[in-house]
Design a protein around this ligand. Structure first.
Ligand SMILES: NC(=O)c1ccc[n+]([C@@H]2O[C@H](COP(=O)([O-])OP(=O)(O)OC[C@H]3O[C@@H](n4cnc5c(N)ncnc54)[C@H](O)[C@@H]3O)[C@@H](O)[C@H]2O)c1
Length: 324
């Protein structure tokens, strides 16, 4: 049977679709291509281009296909844009998801994996060396994080009302590429921002070097997108066999890398000298955000396998393909 992957032409979605194909799972993609790229998908993958705002297209699709489950990845994800356009983010991320859940309920589709984010935690009020577990209080600090938390609430209610089996995967900092043509082509995260600066012959900025961390720069948990895609396979397998439940699960590595450590790795991989410009701290940038990944190990038997070197070198290969 076929799994519906929303947002399957996006950076993460295309990795999930590719890994599903390698595992012998059939997928069908719905994507409005607002930020997705159709050529990320091999020709044998069926793609239907429409927005989750379009309930009648969703209804028609579920009438045509008997889906085993849904991996809901489609969303708008730019934090800064969400601050400028909170209503748009609510409409796209929350209302779009409500449409999908309504159609799933009507067609009795009960297996669901939802793409959530560590943004639901906001700035956890914990010491800089403590890990963030799923029981850490959720308190998003921007509209993007609020939409993710609201979608988690909807997921839990959906499970309670319909008997669905639902996992929300709370991704930490996703980076790297499984293949050069699947890389993240946008310049919103640290690694592409540094690549872009280097390409322009500029030095990257580091926001704050006086945090209470190993070297004073912020620490984040970088997870390879291939490992993340594997977590989806494990979550899909788990929901199919489980009793009705709802569970959020962190997906990270369980250890952090500081901005300075990431820059050092980029310098090593690219062979370019990096001498960053130190700028003041940014508001809303906690010292350290590192996942406690014990639940992923316990429930999904999942652990990350790739480290910072693999993340940076695969991201660099992808960057060179798409920016030269
Ligand atoms: N990239 C990260 O570091 C990260 C971290 C945490 C969570 N996430 C979440 O993972 C998911 C995927 O992120 P990504 O990095 O692959 O982003 P992306 O922008 O590459 O992928 C999103 C995909 O969804 C599609 N889409 C957006 N709105 C849609 C709509 N209304 N209808 C149909 N399709 C729509 C886009 O065209 C795109 O293909 C998002 O839900 C995001 O919030 C990403």
């Amino acid at each position: 049977m076929t799994w519906l992957i929303t947002g399957g032409a996006g950076y993460i979605g295309a990795h999930v679709v590719s890994q599903a194909a390698n595992s012998g799972l059939k997928t069908f993609v719905v994507d409005d291509l607002s930020t997705g790229i159709s050529t990320r998908l091999k020709s044998e993958i069926e793609l239907r281009k429409f927005s989750l705002q379009d309930t009648s297209s969703l209804q028609a699709l579920f009438q045509e296909h008997d889906f085993e489950g849904v991996v809901h990845i489609a969303a708008k994800k730019r934090v800064g844009e969400s601050v400028e356009r909170p209503d748009y983010y609510w409409q796209e991320n929350v209302v779009g998801y409500q449409n999908l859940l309504g159609v799933m309920a009507k067609h009795d589709v009960k297996n669901l994996v939802f793409s959530s984010s560590a943004a639901v935690y906001g700035e956890p009020n914990e010491s800089s060396d403590s890990l963030i577990s799923e029981s850490t209080m959720c308190s998003p600090i921007n509209p993007y994080g609020e939409t993710k938390l609201e979608c988690e609430r909807l997921s839990e209610a959906f499970s309670g009302e319909t008997g669905a089996k639902v996992i929300s995967l709370r991704y930490f900092n996703v980076a790297g590429a499984g293949r050069p043509d699947l890389g993240d082509q946008y310049i919103f995260n640290l690694i592409p921002i540094v690549f872009d600066a280097l390409d322009r012959g500029q030095q990257p900025q580091v926001f704050g070097n006086d945090y209470e961390t190993i070297d004073g720069t912020c620490v984040r948990d970088y997870v390879h997108v291939q490992d993340l895609a594997k977590a989806h396979m494990d979550a899909m397998e788990h929901v199919v066999t489980a009793q009705p439940f709802y569970l959020p699960i962190n997906i990270g590595t369980g250890y952090g890398a500081s901005v300075a450590q990431v820059l050092a790795m980029i310098s090593e991989v690219t062979g370019q000298k990096i001498d960053p410009i130190v700028a003041p701290r940014r508001q809303g940038d906690p010292a350290s955000l590192v996942a406690d990944v014990s639940r992923a190990a316990e429930i999904l038997n999942w652990n990350s396998e790739q480290g910072l070197r693999e993340i940076v070198s695969s991201a660099w290969d992808a960057w060179q393909l798409s920016h030269k």
